[in-house]
Write a protein that binds this ligand. Sequence first.
Ligand SMILES: [Zn+2]
Length: 118
Amino acid sequence: MKCPVCGAVYRPLSPPSSTCRRCKTDLSDLIRLHDQAIWHHRQALSLFSQGRHSEAVAYNNNAIALHYSNANFHALAGKLWALQGEFKKAISEWQQALKLDPQNDVASNCLQMIQLMS
Ligand SMILES: [Zn+2]
């Protein structure tokens, strides 16, 4: 997560602090949104593993709406689209995930698999 004011990467410090270490902006609202997004994403992952795909889509969409720039959210969105046969949308989500995080394993593995299939 990055500070929207100065662009510094936010890292939880000890003792915990909700201000940016560089510009001292109060990031507590942002951190709360990020935590909520992670919660929605975890729900989505657990529903996904139970085969409850349409519910997983809803939770994962919430996660993306709350916090767009997490590569894992887009990687999961791609998987969910692929399961519905929406490969174009799946590919664009995985590409988005790699744009946010070039090291994202899920997205790069899925894209490779799709390329082998086609
Ligand atoms: Zn800052």
